[in-house]
Design a protein around this ligand. Structure first.
Ligand code: URA
Length: 237
């Protein structure tokens, strides 16, 4: 029998080695490995798939009552950037995937403009995983009920950078009511479960669809993110 400490060490080792595997959405790569070893019970380890299954079965707040599908999140499992939005809209609710409607298509283009994509190097998620009716802002008790899922996703994925898309995501993650105009455009750190992640806020793609004027500052934010990614790479060399 392995001790708990051995198991924890092994989990950390698997986390590190997974970084060397190709990106892209893969079904439970860790569980595949655990299944090979009868001494290890995969139920002891958190995985993105396990969190997603819990989200799909969740009834911790009233948003679950009206959903067609929860949208747990998707993308690269060792992401350079984790993009965090507000919550699923109509299309996301229909498909059970984040950012797949008009705003999501624009988000994909915004990411592509700085060589990022959900298939290659990003993970996309939201602060709430079920659609707020009529696309209203999620209520504080709803973001609170969902917070542990996002925290576990961040802890597991260990993104190099976090990009908050829009006011609701930014204010929820930072625990502030500062307007987005004050929060965007500068790097800070987001502290999650004892780890600190470089953190940038930008406008939500849906806001860009409504207002041309926001495209320029959003582009400045994206260039800043690219610059920060490139300079952190140079520092590593
Ligand atoms: N808006 C969001 O904030 N998230 C989505 O997944 C879709 C639209």
């Amino acid at each position: 029998m392995m001790t708990l400490t051995d198991k924890q060490k092994f989990a950390r080792f698997l986390d590190i080695t997974n970084d060397f595997l190709d990106c892209g959405y893969r079904k439970s790569p860790k569980e595949d490995k655990y299944d090979d070893n009868p001494r290890l019970n995969s139920d002891d380890f958190d995985t993105i798939e396990k969190i997603a299954a819990e989200i799909r079965a969740c009834s911790n707040c009233s948003l679950s009552e009206k959903r067609q599908n929860a949208a747990p999140g998707e993308g690269c499992l060792s992401p350079l950037v984790m993009v965090i939005g507000e919550g699923p809209g109509q299309e996301e609710d229909a498909q059970g995937r984040p950012f797949v409607g008009r705003a999501g298509q624009l988000l994909d283009k915004m990411l592509l403009s700085i060589n990022l994509s959900r298939n290659e190097n990003c993970f996309i998620a939201n602060v709430v995983k079920c659609r707020p009716p009529g696309n209203r802002d999620p209520h504080p008790e709803e973001t609170a009920a969902c917070a542990h899922f996002l925290e576990r996703q961040i802890t597991l994925l260990k993104p190099k950078f976090i990009l908050a898309a829009g006011r609701v995501a930014a204010q929820t993650l930072l625990g502030t009511s500062e307007p987005i105009g004050k929060l965007r455009g500068k790097f800070t750190f987001l502290d999650i479960a004892g780890s600190s992640f470089p953190f940038l806020v930008t406008y939500h793609p849906a806001a860009l669809l409504r207002s041309e004027d926001l495209k320029r500052p959003a582009w400045e934010d994206l260039k800043l993110l690219r610059l920060k990614i490139d300079s952190s790479r140079n520092e590593e060399l």
